[in-house]
Design a protein around this ligand. Structure first.
Ligand code: ADP
Ligand code: MG
Length: 293
């Protein structure tokens, strides 16, 4: 009866938009007690838009948009795309940078119109001794308290402005989180974004545990640490960044709307970009296991 039960399980899964790689995966769905959720693109839509441009005294906002937009136009990151699109809507064609470097999980830097420009996390600018003055820092904190991500922009040794981009929590995420809890899974929000933004998003969807400001390469270590502490970890992610952590997890689930790398690393693919499909997948797998036994 075993093969039939499996077929039923995986076949019904396919109908629900859940693709399960193989039968050995079902056992992990039973044991998992923790579910790690990537923020951007998993809990939120990941569709960012540029909503605010805040400049230091004496800085022209169009110039800031040209310099930051010129760099971000060369990055594939959703934040970068939002900035490039928003900037060119405001100032037209963006200048091509003379040099460009992407610093994964931190931002971009390069030379644009002869200026050494950096855009990204505040800590990235701090490496160049560029610090926000009181007014800019306050504006940035206000945006973050609303759960919005803000990017610091500076050039030639001075922080000169903040770009606010906002993403939205998917309308189905809160319901998915309460379903995880009902299945006995402890949800943990994992993100490279800052602590305030992460906590704000977590509060919106009912997550109590937040691990923020994690560099892309360190996401896998976070999962391993939870496992060392005795947790059996399911993880849901979408980005290139998430692939090693998905592979490390006892049960990796990838958003079908995400990158191919994440899908390859995962055990289960959720065809729809809806987090509730992860709860469906776990519920269905556990039920299939009970049928077999
Ligand atoms: P997440 O874990 O939420 O998917 P990332 O690890 O991709 O986020 O990025 C972490 C943070 O690094 C972002 O919130 C942003 O502050 C900064 N960052 C990353 N890439 C860029 C970029 N191209 N431009 C500006 N900031 C960036
Ligand atoms: Mg992501």
């Amino acid at each position: 009866a075993t093969p039939t039960a499996l077929l039923v399980g995986t076949g019904r899964g396919a109908q629900m938009g859940v693709l399960i790689k193989g039968p050995e995966i079902l056992e992990s769905t039973r044991k998992a007690d923790t579910i790690v959720l990537d923020k951007t693109g998993t809990v939120t839509t990941g569709k960012m838009t540029l909503t605010e441009v805040i400049t230091a005294d004496g800085v022209d906002s169009d110039e800031l948009l040209r310099l930051a937009g010129g760099l971000e136009g060369h990055s594939e990151h959703p934040i970068a795309q939002a900035i490039a699109v928003g900037a060119s809507a405001q100032v037209g064609e963006l200048p091509a940078p003379e040099s460009f470097e992407n610093i994964e999980g931190q931002g971009v830097q390069g030379v644009v119109k002869g200026h050494a420009v950096v855009a990204g996390r505040e800590t990235l600018l701090a490496e160049w001794s560029m610090h926000l003055d009181g007014d800019l820092a306050a504006a940035k904190q206000a945006a973050e308290r609303q759960g919005k991500t803000s990017i610091t922009v500076g050039w030639n040794g001075q922080a000169r402005g903040v770009l606010v981009v906002s993403d939205q929590v998917k309308p189905t995420s809160a319901e998915a989180i309460s379903q995880f809890k009902a299945l006995g899974l402890r949800p943990v929000l994992l993100t490279g974004d800052n602590q305030t933004v992460a906590e704000q998003v977590a509060a919106q969807v009912g997550i109590e545990h937040v691990i923020a400001e994690v560099l892309p390469k360190d996401k896998v270590d976070v999962v391993a640490r939870l496992q060392d502490a005795g947790d059996v970890v399911a993880m849901v992610g979408d980005g290139v960044n998430d692939a090693p952590a998905l592979a490390q997890s006892d049960l990796g689930l990838a958003m079908g709307t995400g990158t191919d790398v994440a899908i390859e690393a995962a055990d289960i693919t959720l065809v729809r970009g809806d987090l509730r499909a992860a709860a469906d997948a776990i519920r269905l797998s556990r039920k299939t296991l009970r049928t077999i036994k």
